[in-house]
Design a binder for this molecule. Structure first.
Ligand SMILES: *[C@@H]1O[C@H](CO)[C@@H](O)[C@H](O)[C@H]1NC(C)=O
Ligand SMILES: *[C@@H]1O[C@H](CO)[C@@H](O)[C@H](O)[C@H]1NC(C)=O
Ligand SMILES: *[C@@H]1O[C@H](CO)[C@@H](O)[C@H](O)[C@H]1NC(C)=O
Ligand SMILES: *[C@@H]1O[C@H](CO)[C@@H](O)[C@H](O)[C@H]1NC(C)=O
Ligand SMILES: *[C@@H]1O[C@H](CO)[C@@H](O)[C@H](O)[C@H]1NC(C)=O
Ligand SMILES: *[C@@H]1O[C@H](CO)[C@@H](O)[C@H](O)[C@H]1NC(C)=O
Ligand SMILES: *[C@@H]1O[C@H](CO)[C@@H](O)[C@H](O)[C@H]1NC(C)=O
Ligand SMILES: *[C@@H]1O[C@H](CO)[C@@H](O)[C@H](O)[C@H]1NC(C)=O
Length: 533
């Protein structure tokens, strides 16, 4: 070894020592015995259960249709291309699936127009409905050049039809483009999009997202049109204006019924969460959920649902990309397709769970996990499976068990978790550079009845820290919480107790040290298992 290298090593070592001065000697021990792997993985495009397009493009806003003839779902989506070599802007493509873990991809079904002044110079979100053997695709035509065009507005609603829903739609030239109503207080320059067409009480209805000045205040609103033939539509007023909340824009609305309830779901363009309201009639009143305000975190944006022949309803949406394919990147429109099964609880609220077909598929092959280390008051509570009790009695005194990296692209971590007491949080460590400070936290936070994903270092975590992503869930002591964490490349989806779901983008998800932790809490993690697929 040459002298320069030795000198460099000494400088490096004194640097790490000084950084560790304020740590307890026991905690520094982990660091000394093993260097943990916590680097982000390079993004890969070989997604299967959370697909992108096979040529590596991201999935945008979805329209879902259950084809009862073929017993499968058609999932239309905006392909995230904008004026690439094909000179297209957000055309529609379609996937087909009957199991929510493998998807058949077809070609383009609805192209944008290359004529600068055509209303659908760019194509936006919409919906598909079948009527008398014909498929009707109502879609947004978006034209950024509209200012220089005589007969085009920024956004309008168009129609295309088809006899074969995976083989392309023909634009209906004589359909009267629906433009924002004039003189009624709407934003007449923009923000009129995302038609959703459904049948109710012998009539067709079309929801459209818009913005309107109501009593001097601009609000995002969902408006309603009616038709008896899908060709001629009449404006029928504002269906929902947000009530006590004022949304900039409630995007991609959908209405469906379960039992006696109508559910109105929409995506909050600013907050990025999917929200819903319920009512016993289409005319309202639309009320907030009785308990948890939502069943998902940021990660099923612009989602639409469809129900299969067994009565199971699936919600299809997208998890955003981050710029630079980096954990420090910014939110980027479009990403991977995420699917949850949704259902109504006894109180009428909606809940999300893993599609049962996907769950079975994920459990085909066990992966043997290897423990790296543990720290703090940790008791192994089973001799036959990975079960531990972790007790921490103070903030920043983190008890943990750390596992070796899982060098797989697709796997599932599951466990059953219960706590006696919790004054801070507990959960899973992902991308652990150490066991006490520098890891991403998948957190149960009983004091806030919340499950969250936080990226900040543990010492920066305060009660006012803004989570990267979160979902409300009631957390009670001495109660079992079943947790499933499904990982495919940089997508990490967590299901809690078959009630709540959050889909995350984490480039450190695979091939890094991970584990369980408890901070100022007394927690049991039982039967920690990994399966791969
Ligand atoms: C879009 O692509 C076409 C064809 O490549 C090109 O002629 C046009 O200038 C491009 N427009 C913009 C706004 O980049
Ligand atoms: C289902 O198949 C029947 C008989 O071939 C046909 O008439 C009908 O249009 C089909 N429906 C859909 C939704 O494709
Ligand atoms: C629209 O065009 C179609 C196909 O050319 C035609 O069958 C239909 O009658 C037309 N509808 C109206 C309202 O003109
Ligand atoms: C909706 O709520 C308002 C205010 O609470 C009430 O006056 C109205 O009767 C309700 N409408 C329906 C259809 O329940
Ligand atoms: C995600 O977005 C970034 C920034 O635009 C882009 O470089 C990257 O290719 C995207 N990733 C994927 C997988 O599309
Ligand atoms: C672990 O915590 C329990 C409960 O507070 C306590 O009884 C036990 O002594 C602790 N064990 C160690 C090794 O600190
Ligand atoms: C794990 O071990 C505990 C204690 O031995 C036992 O009660 C539990 O049933 C085991 N769980 C599974 C799934 O084997
Ligand atoms: C809670 O406390 C009881 C009594 O000390 C103990 O038997 C049980 O294992 C504890 N459970 C958890 C989850 O800590």
């Amino acid at each position: 070894m040459n002298k320069k290298l030795i000198l460099v090593l000494i400088i490096l070592c004194s640097a790490c020592e000084s950084e560790n001065d304020d740590l307890k000697s026991g905690q520094a021990y982990n660091l000394a015995v093993s260097a943990l792997s916590c680097s982000s993985q390079s993004e890969e495009l070989d997604y299967q259960v959370y697909p992108m397009t096979s040529d590596g493009y991201r999935i945008g806003d979805v329209a879902a249709f259950y084809d009862s003839n073929e017993s499968n779902f058609k999932i239309y989506f905006i392909k995230d291309i904008w004026n690439d070599s094909t000179n297209e802007r957000h055309p529609w493509y379609v996937f087909e699936t009957d199991n929510m873990y493998s998807y058949t991809e077809f070609g383009e079904v609805l192209p944008s127009s290359s004529a600068l002044c055509d209303q659908d110079f760019a194509v936006g979100a919409g919906s598909v409905i079948e009527f008398q053997g014909q498929y009707y695709a109502f879609y947004t035509g978006h034209n950024p050049n509209s200012g220089g065009c005589s007969s085009t507005e920024r956004e309008g609603i168009l129609l295309a039809t088809s006899n074969d829903p995976t083989n392309g739609f023909n634009k209906v030239q004589n359909f009267t483009t629906i433009y924002v109503p004039k003189g009624l207080g709407f934003d007449e320059n923009d923000n009129f999009r995302d038609p959703f067409v459904f049948e109710d009480g012998g009539n067709f209805h079309m929801l459209v997202s818009a913005r309107k000045n109501i009593d001097g205040i601009w609000r995002g609103v969902i408006i309603n049109y009616q038709s008896s033939d899908l060709m001629n539509w009449n404006y029928n007023g504002v269906l929902y204006d947000g009530g006590q909340d004022n949304f900039w824009m409630m995007e991609c609305p959908e209405i469906f019924t379960i039992g006696n309830n109508y559910y109105l779901i929409f995506s909050d363009q600013v907050g990025k969460n999917l929200l819903y309201r319920k009512s016993t009639s289409l005319n309202g009143n639309w009320s907030k959920p009785s308990k948890e305000s939502r069943f998902a975190g940021k990660g099923v944006f612009a989602a639409k649902s469809a129900v299969d022949q067994y009565g199971d309803r699936y919600l299809f949406g997208w998890k955003n990309n981050l710029t630079g394919d980096s954990d420090s990147g910014n939110w980027k429109w479009a990403g991977n397709l995420i699917t949850h099964k949704i259902y109504a609880l006894p109180n009428g609220d909606l809940a999300a769970t893993i599609p049962h077909t996907l769950k079975n598929y994920l459990e085909t092959s066990n992966y043997i996990i290897a423990k790296d280390s543990q720290w703090g008051n940790v008791t192994k509570t089973s001799s036959t499976n990975e079960s531990y009790q972790l007790i921490s009695n103070a903030n920043f005194d983190i008890a943990n068990v750390i596992y070796d990296p899982i060098n797989e692209e697709r796997f599932k971590i599951s466990a059953t978790i219960s706590f006696n007491s919790s004054n801070k949080d507990f959960g899973f460590m992902i991308g652990a550079c150490d066991g006490y400070e520098n890891f991403y936290s998948l957190r149960f936070i009983p004091s806030e009845n919340k499950f969250s994903f936080n990226k900040e270092r543990r010492s920066n975590l305060t009660p006012t820290s803004m989570a990267e992503n979160d979902v409300p869930i009631e957390l009670k002591p001495n109660t079992n919480y079943d947790i499933q964490i499904v990982i495919e490349n940089s997508i990490l989806v967590v299901y809690i107790n078959d009630k709540a779901a959050i889909a995350n983008r984490i480039y450190k998800s695979t091939n890094t040290h991970w584990g369980i932790y408890s901070e100022n809490s007394d927690v049991k993690f039982e039967n920690i298992q990994v399966t791969k697929f």
